[in-house]
Write a new protein. Structure first.
Length: 117
């Protein structure tokens, strides 16, 4: 089982990034997928950013990102995406991908997003 995030980097405030999380080793289409983030200096705290149901029909967002971020998934490619627009310095952190189904819970290692001028 593997989840591999990509797409992070340094971006100026107001800019955009698209994160991807590619999955292997499990039945991707059955899992709820969630993006979390860890702010600098708060490595023990994982904030839920956005989640998407197994069929892609239901999504949920943190209040802080509503209207700016969009989560989507491609069950054929076994990939979940996070489109991030109008980025703010407070969006800085490590973004982690999570896949959950029943008692199965998988995590990626994360990709760093830095929003700074």
């Amino acid at each position: 089982v593997q989840l591999v995030e990509s797409g992070g980097g340094l971006v100026q405030p107001g800019g955009s990034l698209r994160l991807s999380c590619a999955a292997t080793g499990f039945t991707f289409s059955s899992y709820v997928l969630t993006w979390y983030r860890q702010a600098p200096g708060k490595e023990r705290e994982r904030e839920l950013v956005a989640s998407i149901g197994s069929d892609g029909g239901s999504t949920n967002y943190a209040d802080s990102v509503k209207g700016r971020f969009t989560i989507s998934r491609d069950n054929f490619k076994k990939t979940v995406y996070l489109q991030m627009n109008s980025l703010k310095p407070e969006d800085t952190g490590v973004y982690l991908c999570n896949a959950r189904y029943s008692l199965r819970d998988y995590w990626g290692k994360g990709t760093l997003v830095t929003v700074s001028s």
